[in-house]
Ligand binder design. Sequence first.
Ligand SMILES: NC(=O)C1=CN([C@@H]2O[C@H](COP(=O)(O)OP(=O)(O)OC[C@H]3O[C@@H](n4cnc5c(N)ncnc54)[C@H](OP(=O)(O)O)[C@@H]3O)[C@@H](O)[C@H]2O)C=CC1
Ligand SMILES: N[C@@H](CC=O)C(=O)O
Ligand code: NA
Length: 429
Amino acid sequence: MQIPIGLLGCGTVGAGVVSLVRRRADRVANMTGLRPVIQKILVRDVHKDRGVHFEHEQLTTSAEDILGDPNIQIVVETIGGIEPARTYILEALARKKHVVTANKDLIALHGPEILQTAAANGVSILFEASVGGAIPLLGPLQENLTANEVTDLKGIINGTTNFILSKMTEEGLDFDEALALAQELGYAEADPSSDVDGLDAARKLVILASIAFHTEVHLSDVRVEGIRHVTASDVRYADEAGYVIKLLADGRDRNGRLSLSVRPTLIPKSHPLAHVSDAFNALFVRGDAAGDLMFFGRGAGRMPTASAVVGDIIALVRNLKLGVVTSWPYALAGSRKPVVDFEDDLYKFYFRLMAADQPGVFAQVAHLFGELRVSMETVLQKRVAGGQAEIVIVSHEIPGKLAHEVATRLRAMPNIAVEAVMPVEPVNE
Ligand SMILES: NC(=O)C1=CN([C@@H]2O[C@H](COP(=O)(O)OP(=O)(O)OC[C@H]3O[C@@H](n4cnc5c(N)ncnc54)[C@H](OP(=O)(O)O)[C@@H]3O)[C@@H](O)[C@H]2O)C=CC1
Ligand SMILES: N[C@@H](CC=O)C(=O)O
Ligand code: NA
């Protein structure tokens, strides 16, 4: 028996889904007696070349051809963004169709509404592709690790920024060249500013933290800083001091109080995350029973993302065979753990300053560090053009709030501009 599927959107990810469903249909049919078939595909432009042949499928520009078709039991959304994806998904769920989506924007912002609509209609919604592309993260957190109290999530969960920073570090590409390449390879979002400004990673952290910490998490709970201000000099100086710069997502649950951040962070070269390059993603998870786990793999791109989407489709076909639905109890609990800034946590900090290249200026900086009792691990002073010198300081471990005070006091000095302040990830926490 065939299981007709409606696909909403057929771009980078959707086209991968079409070809992978075809490749796996026989195996699923042998396994379950049910054959998934992509029956209808919603796009904006039916004439566009999508790199896949549509022999049996039918392209349409009308969502109703899918949502209103009673034979379609599974709807897969790979349009992206909030609207019209949200309306289509809610409509599909209301019409008792099971849904798979890769849309982290939507799940991060409207997850509770969507999950509750699925539950109210007795259907499943799966979204493994929304975080970490091909890497199984949501399934393991929700199922295999459910016996744990998860206390820490830490990782690189945006492929585009990791690709850009890797190309800047390893090949000396400038920011714009590296971004253009990431777009060409299909890693970036339709609006790449959500990658570059850290929002994509923040949305993924919202989804991960909701599931891992059993609470509703909002995007505004995450402190977000992107990589736009990270310069080629930062990359080079970090390298000289023994670090690489990564956009790090960090979620912690300390006795029911959460701290959530996404920010550029210096990673010691000896740290496993320092070796996660290109569009690869990695996530550390710490559970009270499991201890430390690390997940690693391709976090973006056509086939890696299709792998997760089609994995969810096959899970739904199995559900249909067994007559069960997948539920997500966290979103229904409606609990809200308090979110705080762990400003007392100790980190080394990287400061890059631009200072007048005059006698006494560095002494002023050193005096301030001494006065605030912040000792320096590394100091690099470079002469640059126009009578300005760049000073790079990596401090020993200090509380976040003290790093903030150092930066504020430096900014108040007439000859000094603070160009960058970034935390350094400890090797062993
Ligand atoms: N690219 C990646 O590596 C990853 C992407 N994702 C997520 O997957 C989703 C899809 O991303 P991606 O494939 O890269 O995006 P694309 O921009 O490549 O594809 C979007 C598709 O949706 C169609 N579409 C857009 N707007 C409408 C509309 N209003 N009505 C009907 N169809 C529409 C487009 O049609 P047309 O082609 O005719 O213009 C296109 O086929 C997003 O949620 C993204 O965040 C998740 C993980 C990784
Ligand atoms: N734009 C995203 C795609 C996958 O989620 C990324 O770069 O990670
Ligand atoms: Na995933």
